[in-house]
Design a protein around this ligand. Structure first.
Ligand SMILES: Nc1ncnc2c1ncn2[C@@H]1O[C@H](COP(=O)(O)OP(=O)(O)O)[C@@H](O)[C@H]1O
Ligand SMILES: [Mg+2]
Length: 385
């Protein structure tokens, strides 16, 4: 390895003006960089996208794909600690970065969350319930898995899926061949279809000292596979909210996490909580924390990876967050700006392609005052599609 020319990074806790390296240039990196700036840190972004949302607000950028060793070395040399908003860095790339600088969360955590099979195996081994699942690498294997798990089911790629991409929903055995052919890369995973009452998530943070804090359990509604609405807190029985909290804390500890982690869960019709997936980074379902909490998910992430103490993940308001997606979402921007009570966030993306997250809005209610469906819709007003 040719790390000789690279000077050592700053120690922990990171001193003011230290540089945090973030892999990925999207809105999660942008909001992380803004939180880092408020704590007196600089961010340096590794992204393959020119003029990315994160780079627009960062002190430095390395423009490259996530695999080129020379670029990864130059990026590492420019920073004191490395974290991620983009999870799909190759194993070799992760090893190279980890040899040069502290990587938080650790590469082992990313390797689990990158792969739905590794993720579900890890969760089940930690005693955490998921939908029934089976790895699938052939059409015969898919038929056998469907016979055991039952249909309808959800067939997913094990890697690179996001916003519902890389998924199919076979209902009958005649659907299996087309679903198998449509999805790439292989292998795939077949999951039992969960007829959920609602979806919830918990954002949990764990510090370098092992301290764990979690934001309240929230409810998520998806539209076309993309998160549409988050309600904080979730309107679920206390026992369900508490079960979700326990699961999130357990996952963070079992992963030996340093940073924040989102745990997406299903609440089934019997009130059982099943984990859908985990993401070891700030998450769309935690954007409400920017406006409703003294310290947001992004601040907690930066604090954790910088080795700073974690403040409580407390909430001074109830909140509803709605994404502004694609050209329709962007078209609502002027009305959002004109509406009192909507807190606007725009990500600086120049192309509003369909399904792309362009921004979000948050509206706050007094603690305990989250209204019912019509009240939320009325409060979001012009942000509703
Ligand atoms: N096994 C399942 N049963 C029922 N709905 C599912 C299942 N898996 C995924 N979904 C639905 O699809 C959405 C996106 O799937 P998810 O696995 O979270 O992938 P992504 O990485 O795209 O977020 C979920 O939030 C949920 O609404
Ligand atoms: Mg998801």
């Amino acid at each position: 390895m040719t790390a000789g020319a690279i000077t050592a990074g700053a120690g922990f806790p990171l001193p003011p003006n230290a540089t945090i390296g973030l892999v990925g240039g999207g809105q999660l990196g942008r909001m992380s960089a803004l939180a880092a700036a408020r704590l007196g840190y600089r961010c340096h972004i590794l992204t393959r996208e020119a003029d990315s949302p994160a780079a627009q607000v960062a002190a430095g950028v390395t423009l490259s794909d996530y695999a080129d060793p020379a670029s990864l070395r130059a990026f590492a040399a420019a920073v004191d600690v490395i974290s991620f908003e983009f999870e799909n860095v190759s194993a070799a790339g992760l090893e190279l970065l980890a040899a040069l600088r502290p990587v938080r969360p650790a590469p082992a955590v990313l390797r689990i969350s990158q792969d739905r099979v590794a993720e579900k195996r890890f969760l089940n081994q930690a005693g955490i319930a998921t939908a029934p699942w089976e790895a699938v690498d052939s059409l015969e294997g898919l038929h056998a898995a469907a016979a055991r798990i039952g249909l309808p089911a959800v067939l997913k790629t094990t890697r690179y899926g996001y916003d519902g991409k890389g998924q199919a929903r076979p209902r009958r055995s005649e659907d299996l061949a087309a679903a198998f052919a449509a999805l790439a890369p292989k292998p795939l995973i077949l999951e039992g279809f969960v007829d959920f009452a609602c979806e919830v998530s918990v954002i949990v943070a764990r510090g370098a000292d092992g301290a764990v804090v979690a934001f309240d359990t929230v409810e998520n509604r998806h539209r076309d596979g993309i998160l549409d609405l988050t309600l904080a807190p979730a309107r679920v029985p206390d026992s369900v909210a508490a079960a979700a909290q326990d699961i999130a804390r357990k996952v963070a500890v079992a992963l030996d996490l340093v940073g924040v982690l989102a745990v997406e869960m299903f609440v089934d019709r019997d009130g059982r909580v099943l984990v859908n997936e985990i993401a070891p980074r700030p998450h769309n379902s935690g954007h409400w924390t920017i406006d409703a909490c003294p310290a947001s998910q992004f601040e907690l992430h930066i604090r954790a990876i910088a080795g700073l103490p974690l403040p409580p993940a407390s909430r001074h308001a109830d909140a509803a967050m709605q994404n502004l997606v694609g050209p329709e979402g962007l078209a609502r921007w002027p009305a959002v700006l004109a509406a009192p009570g909507l807190i606007p966030h725009l990500y600086g993306k120049t192309e509003a392609s369909p399904g792309r997250k362009m921004g979000h809005v948050t509206t706050l209610f007094p603690r305990g005052g989250l209204p019912g469906e019509f009240g939320v819709a009325a409060a979001l007003g012009p942000a509703r599609g």
